[in-house]
Design a protein around this ligand. Structure first.
Ligand SMILES: Cc1ncc(COP(=O)(O)O)c(C=O)c1O
Length: 457
């Protein structure tokens, strides 16, 4: 049994460096239903390690298919984690007072990493394994620029070259993210780009394309597939990426114990699903092993609502249809989401592991318009001081909604929310919100994109 802290105003729950987890938690070991196989796009048959070898180092392929509950974190990765881990857990006393809620709100804050988000948790691991297996250069995509910054940072630590295909909408909205990546040593191009066959094909049909994560992934995969010195790296969706993020939830479990509370609700935003998985999988694992049940909510944008309005089907991870087929909630790989400011949430699909849990009823999902997300982020900034990334703003919206509902019912529930990044490079979006020119976009199903879902036996 844990006890409440002696000081009821304690605000930060901080772990020492020796509490950085020693293993990642693999939820596959505890899943209530087995995951669906990943299929080869040509044959429709389950893929094997050899199919993935041109793109990823073998250590990551091994993690992708592992059923071990714990996977040891290599010491050089833990050592790099020391630069910013363990990340702090905060009790949002001031926000609670502003909302006048009986709810207790805790937030795990990943925005204090060097790159500004949770993304280095996997970028460091991926850079390490690539270096270990002799990779010289990594190609990747980035939406908001957070993932590209994280990989550029991690690659600098392990002396690797990086080429980043940055979604055109974000490239134009966030020049400082590009400069940050270049400062770390990466080379960055707007996607669709003239540098790949796929990029050139998209530009031929749509010279003004705002791009999408799906298009940028195709470009980065093509780049890696045709060069011997280059591997591909993905910042979300895949099992091994979600795995690396579980340091977040493992620390949070320990920090909630320091606070002497158990969350009733665990909330996180979900683009490809890695930040959501990072916080929630260790909690869900406890439930699956016979422990306490939590309400777990994934928050996505109304403009790309894969979990709430998509179909659960096999689909490509990218728009160029180069990737293997995975079973996931999808809006169709040809769907191009409107250019909302939460670039990291502009994705047509969702991680297969997160999709499986949604389909099985273990987690809930809610979709939020960006205007309401920014309203919550501004309230949060004025109460707690942190200016959140637009992606994280979606999560704080739902946390505030739940705390407000608790006020109406008088329930004293405990809310834990993962705040994945800071918004210091997103101030143009805040300005739009503040001057009333921020637009909301309704999702209209793209029937052609849904009709072109691959047919799988
Ligand atoms: C700050 C931030 N939060 C959340 C996300 C969403 O990605 P994921 O669902 O993989 O965590 C991103 C993606 O770029 C991001 O930059």
């Amino acid at each position: 049994m844990t006890s409440r802290p002696a000081d009821p105003n304690q605000t930060k729950f901080v772990l020492t460096e020796d509490r950085i987890p020693r293993a990642w938690y693999n939820i596959v070991a505890d899943l209530p239903v087995p995951p669906s196989p990943v299929l080869h796009p040509g044959t429709g048959q389950p893929i094997g390690p050899a199919d993935l070898a041109p793109l990823f180092p073998m250590a990551l392929i091994g993690q992708e298919v592992s059923v071990e509950r714990e996977i040891e974190i290599p010491e050089p990765v833990r050592d790099a984690y020391r630069l910013y881990r363990p990340s702090p857990l905060f009790r949002a006393h001031r926000l609670e007072r502003v909302l006048d809620t009986p709810a207790h709100i805790y937030y795990k804050y990943e925005g204090a990493s060097p790159a500004g988000s949770h993304k280095p948790n996997t970028a460091i691991a991926q850079a390490f394994y690539n270096k270990q297996e002799g990779t010289k250069r990594i190609a990747t995509e980035t939406g908001a620029g957070q993932w590209g910054s994280a990989l550029a940072f991690a690659a600098a630590l392990f002396d690797l070259e990086v080429k980043v295909y940055m979604v055109r909408a974000s490239y134009d909205q966030k020049p400082y993210r590009r400069i940050l990546m270049e400062t770390y040593g990466a080379s960055v191009v707007a996607s669709p780009s003239p540098d790949t066959n796929y990029g050139r094909a998209v530009l031929a049909g749509h010279p003004d394309s705002p791009g999408s994560l799906g298009i940028a992934i195709s470009e980065a995969v093509e780049d890696a597939a045709i060069r011997d010195d280059t591997k591909y790296s993905l910042g979300s969706v895949l099992n091994h990426v979600l795995l690396h993020q579980t340091v977040v939830g493992q620390e949070a479990i320990e920090q909630m114990a320091m606070a002497g509370e158990e969350p009733d609700l665990v909330i996180a935003c979900a683009g490809g699903g890695s930040n959501f998985a990072g916080l929630t999988f260790p909690f869900l694992g406890q439930t699956f092993r016979g422990g306490r049940k939590y309400r777990v909510i994934a928050v996505e944008p109304e403009a790309a609502p894969s979990l709430t309005r998509g179909v659960y089907a096999y689909d490509f991870g990218d728009t160029g249809k180069l990737t293997p087929l995975v079973k996931m909630f999808t809006l169709g790989s040809d769907f191009i989401p409107e250019p909302i400011h939460a670039g990291g949430l502009r994705y047509h699909g969702m991680a297969p592991l997160v999709s499986l849990l949604k389909d099985h009823g273990d987690i809930e999902a809610q979709a939020v318009h960006q205007g309401r997300a920014f309203a919550a982020a501004v309230a949060f900034a004025r109460a707690e001081g942190i200016v959140l990334a637009p992606e994280s703003s979606h999560a704080i919206r739902v946390a505030i909604d739940e705390a407000t509902a608790a006020k109406a019912t008088g329930e004293s529930k405990v809310i834990l929310v993962n705040l994945s990044g800071h918004g210091h490079f997103d101030l143009a979006a805040y300005e739009k919100y503040l001057n009333g020119s921020l637009e909301d976009y309704e999702y209209t199903p793209d029937e052609a994109a849904l009709a072109s879902l691959p047919k799988v036996g």
